[in-house]
Ligand binder design. Sequence first.
Ligand SMILES: [Zn+2]
Length: 503
Amino acid sequence: MKLYDTLSRELKEVRINDRSLTMYVCGLTPYSEPHLGHAMKAIVFDVLRRYLEYSGFEVIHVENITDIDDKMINAADQNNTTVTEIAKENTKIYFDQMYALNVLKPHIIPKATEEIETIINIIKTLQEKDYAYAAEGDVYFRVRKSDQYGELSGRSLDGLKSGARVDLNPLKEDPLDFVLWKSKKQEEPSWQSPWGEGRPGWHIECTAMVNRYLGSQIDIHGGGQDLIFPHHENENVQSEAFSSSRPMSNHWVHNGLLRFGDDKMSKSIGNLVSVSDVLSQFSADAVRLFFLTSHYRSPLTFTEEAIASQEAAISRLKNALTPSNKTSSNKVLEINQDVDLFESAMNNDLNTPQALAILFGIVTKINQAKSFGEDIVPAQEVLRKLSKVLGFTLQNDKVLPDNLLSEVLDFTNQIKAKILDSGNTDILHKLSDVVLDDINVGKLDNNKRNAYLVNLLDAITEIRNYLRTNKLYELSDFVRDGLAEMDVVLEDSKDKSFWKYSG
Ligand SMILES: [Zn+2]
């Protein structure tokens, strides 16, 4: 797979190492409810991760939470609450919404406030190496000490200096120097450090988390294009100064930004549209399809009409996956070539618009073959698999009943117990990957409940497939019969099964 790298400004092959592929994405500053721009970034990197996993990589995905900075402190003041409370609340909302959008959860979600020790140690090293200097409780990065400053964003130090607003901070040696540690002001949250009480700057937090969780060199560093300068520029130079390893990341991957048209809806809520507003009107699949119709590096303009128009395409996709009620011909629909084309589109810098054109080409082929009575089951399996690579949920339009989730959760525990008894414990991870701990089912909103249920039923179906292929018939029948009692019917084809709610 070739992926664009902002630093070298070229498409580069994603290297296959003997280790896992490491991906760090700059995450949320949880000072307010997430907007659609957050969803766009999350979906871009979700599809990248899903495709890399489909291609055989084991991806380790880390995404941070900036739970302390100026915006957080201001928001807490304005709402008469604490930084901790506001961070907790908005982080929960964000991950609930990402779950509803079928975005895979990062493997590690470090919070800035829990990484203070690592941050302090890195600043100490930068100071020892003469890249940083302390001034009255603050610590700054000495930009002119680095030969690479400006390399990522394509700016020169002199160009930056003449364009920079006059920085009146007398503590800085150079107006372009940026802060690594800020001394405590008034009642701000603060931590003890060798430079006195204070808190970390924004950029140093990502350097600390990348180094702690993934090492000094990673494969993919992601974020929106708005982060290239100054955040990633600063992060890049300070990381390389700290570790003396170059490049810090093999690929710097930046998604284009979401523009909001001047329609009424966006104006009325301050030019930003919240994820919950959009999810209350449109299906998660239509929202995702809207983002994927544009190449991830291009800007995209939001309008309600643009998302609404995706609903019909999603219905066509789901419709092509419904079983055929007549297979009268011996001809089997063959789509291997389409899979190759899908993969070359995705291998070419994640070209999702092209991949979608091929996916919907398969939909047309299936519909035609269906009308001729051809065998479309293998083609449908492939279509389902490729749709999942793009992260579509393919949920039934029919809303699943409220009580089904608790029944399925009970049944999941029974399956676990049976499998444990039988000693085939290696397949249990399929369940533990999707079962959410400490969840209050009654408190989930509709979107989240449906998404959780669909994920659980997918996992149970996969386990049933495994049991059946490995001739563990007693267990496999137990799963099928248990699901049937809840009106969830498994449709078996040659070597796979799919679930359908028939209630
Ligand atoms: Zn960052």
